[in-house]
Design a binder for this molecule. Structure first.
Ligand code: DGL
Length: 288
């Protein structure tokens, strides 16, 4: 268990985790945040489960053992829906995912009882959102859709084209005709651009940004565990494993975090953690 001034770790494959940094910055500005993005292994949503656990274990190890994170947030629908149980069993540090908070928020918001989840292939395949939502309220209809090409477009900052706008408009009209009124941004890449969806929609959907619901849960957890950082304002760090070009561009365009210096992931240090992670699990070639 960490102490109050230790950082909160945030993990995602790419730019989606920025949605969590923004939400934490607004709700928990006194906390130190260390966001590790892993574009080297993007897209997580097309990976086999064992491979994903293997990759993410090294990041969790690094945050946990090297940076002494008091809590880790998997700011990624794919990790949260596929690996949360395994990671929580492997590590002592508390790990919070986005599925539960987002599901609860969607159940609270829907009036028609029909919820859409937009996510990666791996998230949809796991049906985790559907299971969580229906566990809260069994009569809610859940439609889960995988949009892997759109995840990639957002990662590269290439989603603001007329073609994508038209395509999304068509999908949203379809949801509306089927009486869906609530959409969970089940991939954090989409959460980052929630307003883009709202602009395209002709009617108002309840758009659930999991980062906001999760940040609230994190705040409650820290308060309950006496782990809130009493400092006035703490720093934010962004560490990128692989090429940081997309991250830099996205930060400029969608956030107020421009002042943060992007750090390169310490591959040398991580070797130890990768070796350790290898003991936890070996990458498998079998698809999920
Ligand atoms: N942002 C991620 C998610 O929420 C991962 C996208 C990907 O790497 O495929 O699922």
């Amino acid at each position: 268990m960490g102490s109050n001034s230790n950082p909160i770790g945030v993990i995602d494959s790419g730019v989606g985790g920025l949605s969590m940094v923004i939400a934490l910055d607004q709700l928990l500005s006194s906390e130190e945040i260390v966001y590790v993005a892993d574009p080297l292994h993007f897209p997580y949503g097309e990976k086999a489960k064992n491979e994903l656990i293997h990759i993410v274990s090294s990041l969790v190890s690094y945050l946990n053992e090297n940076l002494k994170a008091k809590l880790i947030i998997t700011a990624c629908g794919t990790i949260s829906s596929n690996c949360l149980e395994e990671l929580s069993a492997l590590f002592q540090v508390p790990i919070i995912g986005i599925i539960d908070p987002a599901s609860r928020e969607a159940v609270r918001k829907t009036k028609t009882g029909k919820v859409v989840v937009l996510a990666t292939s791996a998230t949809v395949k796991s049906s985790t959102f559907q299971k969580h939502i229906q566990r809260i309220h069994s009569s809610i209809t859940v439609k889960e859709e995988a949009w892997p090409e759109f995840v990639e477009a957002v990662e590269k900052g290439l989603h603001q084209t007329d073609d994508w706008r038209k395509w999304i408009h068509t999908q949203l009209i379809g949801f509306q005709q089927e009486n869906f009124d609530t959409i969970i941004m089940g991939c954090t890449h989409f959460a980052l651009i929630s307003s883009f969806f709202q602009d395209i929609a002709e009617t108002t959907f309840e758009i659930i940004n999991p980062a906001i619901a999760t940040a609230q849960e994190v705040k409650e957890y820290l308060a309950k565990s006496n782990l809130l950082n009493p400092s006035e304002l703490s720093k934010k760090r962004i560490i990128v494993r692989g090429n940081s070009t997309n991250m830099k561009k996205t930060i400029q365009k969608y956030t107020d975090l421009q002042k943060i210096n992007i750090e390169a992931f310490p591959e040398k240090i991580i070797e130890n953690f990768i070796n350790k992670a290898q003991r936890y699990c070996t990458p498998a070639s079998t698809p999920m």
